[in-house]
Design a binder for this molecule. Sequence first.
Ligand SMILES: [Zn+2]
Length: 248
Amino acid sequence: MLHRDNHTCQACKGKSKDPILETHHIVSRQIGGDAPDNLLTLCQTCHEKVTKGKLKLDIQITKGFKTETFMSIVRWKLVNTLRDAGNIVNHTYGYITKFDRIALGLEKSHSTDAFVIAGGTMQKRSSLTFLIKQVRKCNRKLFKGDRSHIKNTAARFIHGFRRFDKVLWNNIECFVFGRRKTGYFDLRTLDGTKIHASGNAKELILLETANTLLIANLKRGTLLHTLKNVVSGLSLHSTEYYEGYDIN
Ligand SMILES: [Zn+2]
């Protein structure tokens, strides 16, 4: 949160000169939780005013804001975990990747960017590509846009499935994007490509239950295991394939 907010009070933007920064919950912790989108950096002076109702915050929490926060957390988690495992870790930037990619004559794609980010030039490339998508941990909508509390709108399980469960339908690996009580589901691959608009739940084989991070094109390799572990904060071992991570 501090990193996201540039170590600056988001109310006075540093004008108070108060060096003590605190964590403010935009809606109460009991309702809004400790997720980054409910937290805000405030200096002690402003925080006290907000708590006493003497200062009203005018802060817009946008979707892009949330994604950026998430990526920033994942990025530092990756960097720190890799470093702790004894690896040499360097930072790079998008404009450098673009320059190198064009110099190598490679087409624009996330996997090409990952390869270039990892310092790739003439190496034999892995044919495996992983698409990872973040989804809500909780599939029930808890807040409206204005953050007022609303009733849970969807059941956790419908015909035994949750949203974003990974399933096999007609021998095709896909995800449950939408569920209907009738038992006919919206099935898609992770990039959103439609597989079946109303696939019968009875014809689905559950491959993996919904996770916060969804991973497609999975051949159960160590690289994938590694990535999953990094993100869930566990240890890291293998660098079997010569590929990079383009975490955007
Ligand atoms: Zn302040």
